[in-house]
Design a protein around this ligand. Structure first.
Ligand code: ZN
Ligand code: ZN
Ligand code: ZN
Ligand code: ZN
Length: 162
């Protein structure tokens, strides 16, 4: 059992009820109703759930993997610093990066080409330091406008999509 943490107040002072289910005393008091949550996918346990031991929320295992703190630490990997697992933006397949080549990968299930870092399907690998370089060396061209001219490749939190 991993250390359970309340997704609402971030307290670890929670009562574990089952293998996945826990209750937060603080949030129960504040909300004036029992606040239970899934320790794995970090969402509120549905109040009308028929099952009390297994989480029935969609994509529970997928979200749990995406929330894991494990990051790619290989200094030679182009995806260094990224979470170990990413979900394909199209078919939600759970994927890993083999560390070789550029951060872009092709999903083996639906053949979607996307960036392991920023999850964009049109990433050209422009990093923050490229923008600094541009401003330092081409000031007469004016600043690059994020989201308009270019999209900057930043590691994004994949679990927010689910
Ligand atoms: Zn709480
Ligand atoms: Zn769950
Ligand atoms: Zn896919
Ligand atoms: Zn990218």
């Amino acid at each position: 059992m991993s250390t359970a943490k309340c997704p609402s107040c971030a307290s670890s002072d929670v009562g574990v009820l089952d293998s996945q289910r826990a209750v937060c005393g603080y949030c129960s008091k504040v909300n004036r109703r029992v606040f239970q949550f899934c320790c794995d996918c970090q969402r509120e346990w549905p109040r009308d759930a028929s099952s009390t031991s297994a989480c029935m929320l969609p994509d529970c295992a997928l979200r749990a993997a995406l929330l894991s703190d494990t990051k790619i630490s290989d200094p030679f990997s182009s995806a260094r610093g990224c979470p170990f697992f990413r979900a394909c933006p199209k078919c939600k397949a759970l994927l890993t990066h083999n560390g070789k080549g550029c951060p872009n990968i092709t999903c083996p299930h639906c053949h979607t080409y996307f960036c392991f870092r920023c999850l964009s399907r049109r990433c050209i690998g422009l990093m923050d330091f490229d923008i600094d370089y541009h401003i330092d060396y081409f000031p007469q061209r004016g600043p690059l406008r994020h989201g308009h001219d270019i999209s900057i490749c930043r590691v994004v939190d994949n679990s927010l999509n689910f």
